[in-house]
Every structure is written in structure tokens, then in C-alpha cells.
Ligand binder design. Structure first.
Ligand code: S3P
Length: 666
């Protein structure tokens, strides 16, 4: 989770080499005759995926900061290689052409998002050239060694990736390969091939290529048009002046800027020059302090192709502008890192506006009045997360469930001049914790820019590693099974710890959370007889509080020896036969289900909020108060957050419970 406030400080001189060009430079460098030097390569996850795949194919690629040296492939691998393309469709599709051409046996794999993306679009044309694909479970596809031949391929989709795959395969074929585009798409592959001396010819919408010997590259990659677009969007939305130097200005990538210019933004290009066959220059946003310069945004089908990765950003900006905005033929957006049409609709809905998709075109209708502090889902898509970040900052605050910016633009936050406080949760199995949602709420109410990540750690992690993880955070929550271990490692005053931070004593806010939850149900536990179910860290934190309040306790735990240890430690003796309340700290399990429910019980507290609890069910049947784990979560988390940020909590538990209710319904 990451929460933004309205604060930012645009840093425009960020070196962020264009991702599309970097992929191609690494690939062609690996196929060239001689050593290539490529400067201003952004080490984004996608680009690293391409570099690693090329290494697996035999290239020698060395990063020294953002300068990359490529020694080409000289000896092909004999065995089947596995190419992990991560999140990057460009890696998978372009390398399909290369691998087919090289005649190497390869298995292409990728992450969950990539595995869902269409690959038939490269499989069909490459098969027409003689490539042999095999479709298998758990991979994108496999390629078997085969000899390619020339072919004429008519584009079935407007895709630069498909075009590039065919042209790259064509480099290995004696006969001519012809690719015919429907509408022109980005032409970096053609430009780079021509600048390296390939046999390539572009005539209208037809590109022909045949077997070629490539010169090595020596290039400075201009900054990424698509990454800089996020800075430009913020500058336009906030009416500020900003000049972004040395950006790629290839006409096939400028749709975003053209559309914004037409809709009233004062954007111009300066110092335009040629760099390695590509057009580059400065992008100047001449804001005048006016935040309402934009008229309705209209993007034609060609504009959409020329800013295929920025359409969601345009649609996001459109939400901030009153009117009806039109985007023609946006079908391809359904096949990106997520279904970006659905993502736009989600953003619109969270902002109480409309985004209507008729199967081809998208209409965004907005009254221009956007609420702040909305919570967005990123759908694990880097560009959607960045759109939501820009929108959140523009409207004065908002949070996003995840922040995968480094897939394409690791310097994103740096460009925005934002360094969020880094908070998080460590535990063994914390992926579905509600703490990130809670922290988003607390941070937005307090107006604090911060992130909150969940980190799953193996139970047997070494002490050194554990300390290393802890020290990476400004503030950390600790859950099972690390509560006691972290307390010992950090020499805490208390036996279990759930909260650590840079300037605070390691401590547990669990006990506080329990007491607050009980208090809010007007339950006075002083001197009461109670059952405690469980003997872990949270149970122990609770026992400490209850013993201090004169309670008579009995600990029930599946592993008896753990209960005995706590009894000895806290001087608990005897049995409680008529408990007035039961406080359970165990996850859903048979042990909990089989516990008796004495008639003396007047309330139950169930710390687990994720699964079925028999105690909860029986208590509700008996119309007894149930204190829910979410309430405890709220109170202990609010206290941790207040400690980390030194800010009193500004909100109420019931608002958080309502949020969780709403999320569950959605
Ligand atoms: C890219 C082409 C586009 C774009 C992607 C990068 C490229 O994809 O969305 O981020 O480098 O060729 P399509 O070719 O699928 O439109």
C-alpha cells in the first residue's frame, strides 16, 4: 500500500532511458558483430528480464550503473533454455522472433499477469515463417528448433511487438520477409535496424527485411516518453511549469502530448535533435498556475496507437476535467498488464464518475469534482498504479493497494520528489492481512505519505536476515511467528513485540488494542475470571494486561506445554470453571471448534478475523457481544501508526469497519 498526500516536488532531470528502445538495444546488441555500448538504460524490472533472457541465450551483458556493455551471442545453447520474461510482454514477444530465428529450443515463462496475455498474435505469424511452437501448461509457449523462411505477414492487430517479432525473425532468413501494417505503430525496431546497417526497407505501411549483418551499437538512449508523461500529467493538472530534458520524441510515441495540446495544455518541444536515428528533445510544460486549462479530451484511433501506454493516464486526467471525453478504438487496452478498460472503470467509480466502454470506444463522463483520499486497486499493473498516484496527488491525497512502479519506472517517486515513510508487516503468512488497508485509512486521515508492505518470511530465517529486513523499515509491525524472537533480538523490555520503529522502544500494542476493543463495548474486565485460548504472542500480550488488572485466568492451548510456560511466567494457577468471557487468539482450527461454551460466558473476543470461529457463532446465537479481531486490529494498528508518526489518531474504529464491509461486498 502507498498513500499520497497533495505534496510533490517535480524533479524533471531524471535519467530514465526509454524502455522500448532499451529492450531493442539489448536484443540487437546481442545479435550484432562486435561489442555494443548502451547508455542511459533504466534498470527497470522489464529491461532486466530482457537482459537475463539474452544472457540465457549466450550474450554477455554487463551493467555499470545505467551504462550497459553487450558482448553478442557467439555460441548457441544446445539444451532447452528457460526464458523468464517476468511481467514483460515485450521481452516474450520480441524474443520469440529472435529465438525462432536463432533456431534455439526455449521455454518461455512469465509472471501471473504475463501468463494471461495473448501470445497467439506472435505465434501465428512466426509459425507462417516456419517456427515450431508447442503450447504447454505453466508456460507462455515453447519453441522447437526449426528453419525459418520468408513470408508476407499482414498485421492482424496494431502491435509494434508483433511487427518487431516478425522483423527480428526476418533477420535470420535469406528470402525477404514482408510485414504489412494496418495502422502505423511505434517504429523503433525499424529505425534501429536501419542505423545498424540491416537490409530493411520501409515503404508506406510495408516493411521488408532479410538476412543482415548488424553493426554494434554505441548509443545514448533518450528519456522515456511514456515515463515522462506521468510528470507532464501532474504538471498540467497542477498548472506548473516544468521542462523535461532529452526525451524521446519519436512521432509514433507522441499521441499523449498531441491529445493534451489539442485539449488546451501548453506543451511544446524544444532542442529537438536526432540521437541514434531517433528524434529527441526537451518537453516543456508551460503551466500558468491555472489548474483548469483542459477542455474535454478527444483521442482518435491513431492517437490511441501513438500513446497506447498512456491512454489510461489520459483517461485519468479526463476524470479531473468536467465534460465528456472520447477515446476511439481502445480494445487493445483489454490485453495489457491488466484489463486496463476495467482499471479505468474502477478509477472512475472510486471517483464517483463514469467510464463507459461499448466494446470499441471509451467515453469518460466527469463533473470535474473529484473526492480526495480514495483507495485504488492497481490490478498489479505498474502503469495503472502510476496513474492512480498522479490522480491522488492531483486531488490532494489517495492510496493504492500496491506500488509496482519499478516494473518500468524505478525513479517514479524520485521524479515526483516524494519519499514516503516506509512501514510494513512481517510474518509467516501475511499476504491477506487487512493491515495495509487499515494503514491506508490511517495515513490518509493523518495526511501522511507512506507505504505499508506485507513481507512473508520463512520461520527459519536467520537472525542476521531478520535484522536486515527490520532495518529497512521506518516502522514495522511484527506478527506470528516472530513476536517473541524480535523482542529477544532487539532486547525489548517486554517479552513479545508487534511494533518496532526507528525512534521508539520495541513494544507490543496488542494488549492496548484488546483493552480498547473491550472498553468500546463497555466491558470492564477488572478482576474478572476469563479463558484465554492460545499461547502465542498476541495471547501473551493480552495475558500481561489482564494479570495487571487482577483477572483470574485459565489458558487453553492445543500444545499444553506452551500454556504451562505462560502460567509459570505470569503466576497463573488453577482452573476457571465459570469464565465470564473467552478471549481467543487462535486461527480457525478444530481445537477452537471443540471448546465448551460455559453458561457463565457474557462475551467473547475473537482475534482472528479471517476465518470461521465457532466461539463467535455460538456467542451470536446466544446474543452475547462479540469483539471482532478487526476492532483489535484497528486499535493496535492505530497505536503503532501513532507511535511511528508521532501523530495522534484522527479517526474512529467504526469508519474502518465500514470500509472493510464495503470492500467485502465489492
Ligand atoms: C511496445 C509496444 C506496445 C506497448 C508496450 C511496448 C514495444 O505493445 O504497449 O508497452 O516496445 O514494442 P503492443 O505492441 O502490444 O501494442
Amino acid at each position: 500500500m502507498i498513500n499520497f498526500t497533495g505534496q510533490f516536488n517535480l524533479k524533471t532531470d531524471v535519467c530514465c532511458g526509454d524502455k522500448s528502445i532499451a529492450h531493442r538495444a539489448l536484443i540487437l546488441g546481442s545479435l550484432a558483430h562486435g561489442t555494443s555500448v548502451i547508455r542511459n538504460v533504466t534498470p527497470s524490472k522489464d529491461v532486466i528480464s530482457t537482459a537475463n533472457c539474452l544472457r540465457a541465450l549466450g550474450a554477455d551483458i554487463t551493467f555499470s550503473g545505467t551504462t550497459v556493455t553487450v558482448e553478442p551471442i557467439t555460441k548457441l545453447p544446445k539444451k532447452t533454455v528457460t526464458l523468464d520474461c517476468g511481467n514483460s510482454a515485450t521481452t516474450a514477444r520480441l524474443l520469440a522472433g529472435v529465438v525462432a530465428g536463432l533456431g534455439v529450443k526455449a521455454r518461455f515463462v512469465g509472471d501471473e499477469s504475463l501468463t494471461k496475455r495473448p501470445m497467439q498474435r506472435v505465434i501465428e505469424p512466426l509459425t507462417a515463417m516456419g517456427a515450431k511452437f508447442v503450447l504447454k501448461r505453466n508456460c507462455l509457449f515453447e519453441l522447437r528448433a526449426s528453419k525459418l523462411h520468408g513470408a508476407t505477414i499482414n498485421a492482424s492487430v496494431n502491435s509494434a511487438q508483433v511487427k518487431s517479432a516478425v522483423l527480428l525473425a526476418g533477420l535470420f532468413v535469406e528470402e525477404t520477409t514482408r510485414y504489412v501494417e494496418q495502422l502505423p505503430t511505434r517504429n523503433h525496431t525499424e529505425l534501429m535496424l536501419r542505423s545498424l546497417g540491416a537490409n530493411i526497407d520501409v515503404c508506406g505501411n510495408q516493411i521488408t527485411v532479410c538476412k543482415s549483418v548488424l553493426r554494434p551499437l554505441d548509443i545514448d538512449i533518450p528519456n522515456d516518453t511514456s515515463s515522462v508523461a506521468f510528470g507532464v500529467a501532474l504538471a498540467v493538472a497542477k498548472g506548473v511549469k516544468a521542462t523535461f530534458p532529452s526525451v524521446l520524441l519519436n512521432e509514433t510515441r507522441l499521441g499523449f502530448y498531441r491529445v493534451l495540446q489539442r485539449s488546451g495544455a501548453d506543451i511544446s518541444f524544444d532542442n529537438v535533435r536526432e540521437v541514434g536515428g531517433e528524434r529527441a528533445g526537451d518537453i516543456v510544460v508551460n503551466g500558468t498556475g491555472d489548474t483548469s486549462v483542459l477542455k474535454p479530451i478527444i483521442a482518435t484511433a491513431q492517437d490511441v496507437i501513438d500513446c497506447i501506454d498512456e491512454v489510461t493516464l489520459l483517461a485519468t486526467l479526463a476524470l479531473t476535467v468536467e465534460g465528456e471525453h472520447k477515446f476511439s478504438n481502445v480494445c487493445e487496452l483489454q490485453h495489457k498488464e491488466c484489463n486496463r478498460i476495467q482499471a479505468i472503470q474502477h478509477i472512475a467509480e472510486q471517483c464517483s464518475q463514469q467510464a463507459i466502454f461499448d466494446g470499441k470506444d471509451l467515453t469518460v463522463i466527469s463533473n470535474g469534482k473529484l473526492p480526495k483520499n480514495r483507495y485504488f486497486t492497481s490490478f498489479d499493473d505498474h502503469r495503472i498504479a502510476m496513474c492512480e498516484a498522479i490522480l491522488s496527488i492531483s486531488v490532494g491525497g489517495g492510496s493504492i493497494d500496491k506500488a509496482p512502479f519499478n516494473i518500468s519506472f524505478p525513479q517514479f517517486l524520485f521524479m515526483l520528489g516524494i519519499s514516503p515513510k516506509r512501514f510494513g508487516l512481517i510474518g509467516e503468512n501475511v499476504s491477506d492481512s487487512k493491515s495495509p488497508r487499515l494503514m491506508a485509512h490511517l495515513a490518509s486521515q493523518a495526511g501522511i505519505c507512506c507505504s505499508y508492505d506485507t513481507v512473508n518470511l520463512p520461520r527459519d530465517i536467520s537472525d542476521d536476515k531478520l535484522l536486515e529486513v527490520i532495518s529497512a523499515f521506518d516502522g514495522l509491525n511484527v506478527t506470528m511467528p516472530f513476536k517473541n524472537r524480535v523482542a529477544t533480538l532487539l532486547n525489548a523490555q517486554c517479552p513479545t513485540v508487534n511494533t518496532v520503529g526507528r525512534n521508539i522502544e520495541p513494544q507490543s500494542t496488542d494488549g492496548y488494542g484488546i483493552m480498547q476493543s473491550l472498553q468500546s463495548h463497555a466491558i470492564d474486565i477488572h478482576n474478572k475470571s476469563l479463558w484465554i485460548v492460545g499461547a502465542g504472542g498476541a495471547a501473551e500480550a493480552c495475558i500481561r494486561e489482564l494479570v495487571g488488572r487482577g483477572c483470574k485466568l485459565q489458558i487453553l492451548n492445543r500444545t499444553k506445554s506452551h500454556a504451562v510456560r505462560l502460567c509459570d511466567k505470569y503466576g497463573i494457577s488453577g482452573e476457571v470453571s465459570n469464565p465470564e468471557g473467552i478471549l481467543s487468539f487462535v486461527p480457525p482450527c478444530q481445537f477452537e471448534e471443540r471448546l465448551p461454551f460455559p453458561g457463565s460466558v457474557k462475551f467473547v473476543l475473537v482475534a482472528d478475523y479471517k476465518g470461521y470461529s465457532n466461539l463467535r457463532t455460538v456467542a451470536l446465537e446466544c446474543e452475547l457481544p462479540v469483539i471482532d479481531g478487526l476492532e483489535m486490529l484497528y486499535h493496535q494498528g492505530a497505536k503503532s501508526f501513532a507511535l511511528w508518526t508521532d501523530t495522534p489518531v484522527q479517526c474512529e474504529c467504526r469508519d474502518f469497519l465500514e470500509i472493510i464491509d464495503k470492500d467485502t461486498v465489492q
